[in-house]
Design a protein around this ligand. Structure first.
Ligand code: KIV
Length: 290
């Protein structure tokens, strides 16, 4: 039996990431929500995450809680169709991995059938049973600890976690348990740098930080944040590498001005009729109604 695939040969795989952790080679991950963002990011990063942050970044929600499996499937499909070279991770939305192992396996397995390579889910000890169930079904899982946005109501806002002794120790314990349950990597979000450094030191799997200091095995930032496409409050861990919002706004404004001033489109940007048809359409008049 032959296994055929149109995917590029040099795809990033989970064993590669494990190897990079051992070698101390850093990894870059960003979000992709559609084919355009996936194509821009794919040649740059090692891991593409179809994050449930699509809810607040693209769909206008205040947080990620309203994001459903149907919404995620729509975005995973769009990204997967680009057949990325980067490892493609699909985020399990709120309530998609809480109800039962069966429900969790069906949701996560569906992501893999749509072309994702792995899933990510938020939470520690409470989610170990679901992580084990997925790993048992050959579904690779990336964990996510610290400031987990789906717990916004429990946390009382988007607040840095692990600043108290018992919280910090629980996080280390959760990180270790997720690794032992079979997670292949862990996102550490919104925690003190020293805590992320200690987790990275004690774990054999890679840690991917966001607002977790420089010691993690890799870093993740939302695509729109890296490119300065988002407006409003910018957390201190976000470094924008372009003023994308203004660059795009300015380009669009020039186009709209050209339209209003009849400068766009030119004859070169238009289609011409074949020879001889001009006279025919010039002499056409509407038929008189009978
Ligand atoms: O949904 C998301 O974009 C995320 C990352 C920020 C880690 O979970």
């Amino acid at each position: 039996m032959s296994h055929t695939s149109e995917a590029p040969l040099n795809r990033i795989t989970i064993p590669m990431l494990q190897q990079w952790k051992q070698e101390g080679r850093r990894m870059a991950m960003t979000t992709a929500y559609d084919a355009v963002t996936a194509r821009i990011a794919d040649s740059v990063v090692d891991i593409l995450l179809v994050g449930d942050s699509v809810g607040n970044v693209c769909l206008g929600f205040d947080n990620t809680l309203p994001v459903s499996m149907a919404m995620m499937n729509h975005h995973v499909d769009a990204v997967a169709r680009t057949k990325p070279r980067a490892l493609l991770v699909a985020d399990m939305p709120f309530l998609s991995f809480h109800l039962s192992p069966e429900d969790t396996i069906r949701n996560a397995g569906g992501f893999l059938q749509r072309g994702a390579d792995a899933v990510k889910l938020e939470g520690g000890a409470k989610r170990i049973e679901m992580v084990r169930a997925l790993v048992h079904c050959e579904i690779p899982v990336m964990g996510h600890l610290g400031l987990t946005p789906q717990s916004v109501n429990v946390m009382g806002g988007f607040k840095v976690q692990g600043r108290k002794a018992d919280d910090a120790l629980r996080l280390l314990d959760d990180a270790y348990r997720l690794q032992e349950a079979g997670c292949f990597a862990l996102v550490l979000e919104g925690i003190p740098a020293e805590l992320a450094a200690r987790a990275t030191e004690v774990l054999t799997i890679p840690t991917i930080g966001i607002g977790a200091g420089p010691a993690c095995s890799g870093q993740v930032l939302v695509f729109h944040d890296v490119l300065g496409l988002t407006k409003g409050h910018r957390p201190k861990f976000v470094r924008a590498y372009a003023d994308g919002f203004h660059v795009l706004h300015e380009a669009l404004s020039r186009w709209a001005a050209d339209v209003r001033n009849s400068v766009f489109p030119t004859a070169q940007e238009s289609y011409q009729l074949p020879e001889g048809l001009s006279d025919a359409i010039a002499s056409w008049t509407p038929a008189t109604p009978t």
